[in-house]
Design a protein around this ligand. Structure first.
Ligand SMILES: [Zn+2]
Length: 71
């Protein structure tokens, strides 16, 4: 089941709750103050994963091509 992040608009506490579906988030209450006045944080799970070292580095292909012209 998906885990959704919520933020309480009363005490501004952020918490995660497993819900059966996105349509059943009405019964979710704040874990801090128990208030039902919460808002769902729309953030995907993949955005929390830090991709370290996966950035495509710019390959110096243009530099090599200029040398292999006339030799
Ligand atoms: Zn709260």
């Amino acid at each position: 089941m998906p885990i959704y992040e919520f933020k309480c608009t009363t005490c501004h506490a952020e918490f995660e709750t497993i819900v059966a579906s996105s349509a059943k988030t009405e019964g979710v209450k704040c874990t801090q103050c128990g208030s039902s006045d919460i808002s769902r944080i729309l953030s995907t799970v993949n955005s929390k994963i830090k991709r370290t070292g996966s950035l495509p580095m710019a390959a110096p292909s243009t530099g090599c091509r200029s040398k292999s012209g006339f030799s």
